[in-house]
Design a protein around this ligand. Sequence first.
Ligand SMILES: N[C@@H](CCC(=O)N[C@@H](CS)C(=O)NCC(=O)O)C(=O)O
Length: 233
Amino acid sequence: LNPVRLHYFKGRGRAETTRWMLAVNEIKFENVAIESPEALAALRASGKLPFDQMPLLEIDGLCLSQSSAMIRYLARRGNLYGASNEDALWCDMVAAATDDFSETAKQAAFQADADQMRAGLQARFDKFGPRFEARLKHEGTGYCAGKALTFADVVLTEALTEYLERMPDLLAHSPLLASLQKRVTEHLGISAYLRSSARYPLANDDYVISAASVLQRALPAHMPDPNRFVLSG
Ligand SMILES: N[C@@H](CCC(=O)N[C@@H](CS)C(=O)NCC(=O)O)C(=O)O
């Protein structure tokens, strides 16, 4: 059997939800870290990127692009898409709202000012947190969609965990979200992944610099010599 490979920058970024979905399915995988423009060029030349973008997941003899497609492929593969069409609808709605919610956390490492960054996270949580809490209350099962674990619970927990690493008291007044986050991070496959070397640390300046160097893009304006990786001419 071919190894399962996830190609991405050396960090969490847009590949992280897929890693959690591999973990919940207890699928062993290898991170292939793309750390130079040459490595990205080689990946592009391989013809494995249908839309010329990372992440790329190689699994079951397929090349998967687009993290939203990857998490759904893995959800169907692991029976984590709910028990009915209505459950599946709620899975999709919660996952899409989670995308909007988690984007602020993904941008956190790119911010100049830590206080402003945390204020931005708090404002985003104040908007979405009560809605996610209400969803859990409505279901009354401990899960976002139906009576059992779905991929919506997994991606929401991934986003909440990212917030919690920057703001540990975030869920103090959201008991249902706090218990969901605890239950999902204690899942056998997920807790093993979180303790493994495949789990990258929270994004910091090194991650921002590495991604910009691979893409040959400008750094955030507050960083020294922000155009150092941009090709001239
Ligand atoms: N919607 C895509 C986003 C992919 C994406 O923006 N990838 C970036 C890296 S995070 C990339 O490959 N940029 C290079 C490019 O677009 O040429 C996903 O979630 O997979």
